[in-house]
Design a protein around this ligand. Structure first.
Ligand SMILES: Nc1ncnc2c1ncn2[C@@H]1O[C@H](COP(=O)(O)OP(=O)(O)OP(=O)(O)O)[C@@H](O)[C@H]1O
Length: 264
C-alpha cells in the first residue's frame, strides 16, 4: 500500500461508549484513539464482548451514544454516515428481490436507471455473480449471498467499508475464496476498510494493521491495547515463517496459549 500525504480517512479521538441497563452503567470502550490512512485495511480483534462491533458502529455513525469524536476525512461522522457502507456476518439480502436488485439497494439515492444498471452489472462482475443476477437469495449459496452483500456495500462507492465478521459464518474453503475476493476488490477500488474478525489468520492475511482491543490496568472499559503491523506485504501465505511470531503475539494478546509447534 502506498500511503499518501493526504489527511487520514478516519480519525477517532478519545472515543468511548458506556451502556446503561437496569440502572447500572457499564463502560465498554474507553479512550479509543486511532487514525486510519486512506486505502488501509484495518482488522479489529479482541475477546468476545470487548467492544469490536461497538467500535465499528461508532466509526459508521450507527451509534450516536458514543463520547469523543469520529471524523471521516476531516468532518465529523454523521448518523448513518453515507460515506460508510457496512457488511455483516449474515448477508441480510431481501428475500423477495433478485441478486441484482439487492445490489441496486446499495446505490446512492438519486442514481439514474441506466447508470444504476450499469453500476450493478459492474459490481456483479467484480464479485463474480454476473450469472446469478436474476436469482433470488434462496437460490444461491451462502458464499454467493455474501458476495452479493459485498457488492451491495460497494454500490455506494463508500469512502469507508466497515465489515463485521463478514466471513464468520462461511465454511473454511468459501472463507478463503472470500478473503481473496476482498483483496481483489480492494486492489481495484482502494477502499479504506475496517473489519472486525475473530480469526487471527484472517487478520494476518488481509490487514495492514491489526488493532487489539483489550482491558488495560486501571481503566474501565476496553481500549486499544496494541497495534500490530504484519511484517510482509500482501499477498501473504498463512504459513509464512515471518508471520509465526506475530501470530503467537496475537493469540497471547487474546488470552490464548499458542499450541506448541509439532515439528521435530
Ligand atoms: N445496545 C446495547 N445495550 C447494552 N449493551 C450493549 C449494547 N450493545 C453492546 N452491548 C454490550 O457491549 C459489550 C460489547 O459488545 P460488542 O458486540 O461490541 O462486542 P464484540 O467484541 O463485538 O463481541 P463479539 O466478539 O462477541 O461479537 C457486550 O457486553 C454487549 O453486551
Amino acid at each position: 500500500m502506498t500511503l499518501t500525504a493526504s489527511s487520514p480517512a478516519v480519525v477517532c479521538r478519545n472515543v468511548g461508549r458506556a451502556f446503561g441497563t437496569n440502572g447500572t452503567t457499564r463502560q465498554i470502550l474507553t479512550d479509543i484513539n486511532l487514525e486510519v490512512a486512506p486505502g488501509e485495511i484495518i482488522a479489529i480483534i479482541g475477546a468476545s464482548g470487548s467492544g469490536k462491533s461497538t467500535l465499528l458502529r461508532a466509526l459508521g455513525g450507527l451509534d450516536v451514544g458514543c463520547t469523543g469524536q469520529v471524523h471521516i476525512q476531516d468532518t465529523p461522522v454523521a448518523e448513518f454516515d453515507p460515506r460508510c457502507a457496512i457488511g455483516f456476518q449474515e448477508p441480510r439480502l431481501m428475500p423477495w428481490a433478485s441478486v441484482a436488485d439487492n445490489v441496486a439497494l446499495g446505490l446512492p439515492d438519486g442514481t439514474g436507471k441506466a447508470a444504476g444498471k450499469h453500476r450493478v452489472d459492474e459490481l456483479l462482475q467484480l464479485v463474480g455473480l454476473e450469472h446469478a443476477a436474476d436469482h433470488r437469495p434462496r437460490e444461491i449459496s451462502g458464499g454467493m449471498a455474501q458476495r452479493a452483500s459485498l457488492a451491495r456495500a460497494m454500490a455506494r462507492d463508500p469512502e469507508i467499508l466497515l465489515l463485521d465478521e463478514p466471513f464468520g459464518a462461511l465454511d473454511a474453503l468459501t472463507r478463503i475464496k472470500m478473503q481473496q475476493l476482498l483483496l481483489d476488490v480492494h486492489a481495484k477500488t482502494g477502499t479504506t476498510t475496517v473489519m472486525v474478525t475473530h480469526d487471527v489468520d484472517e487478520a494476518l492475511l488481509l490487514s495492514d494493521r491489526i488493532i487489539l482491543l483489550d482491558h488495560t490496568p486501571h481503566i474501565e472499559g476496553a481500549t486499544i491495547a496494541n497495534i500490530f503491523t504484519p511484517p510482509v506485504p500482501r499477498p501473504r501465505a498463512s504459513h509464512d515463517p515471518a508471520l509465526v511470531s506475530l501470530r503467537e503475539q496475537l493469540l497471547t494478546g487474546l488470552g490464548v496459549q499458542p499450541l506448541a509447534s509439532s515439528k521435530g
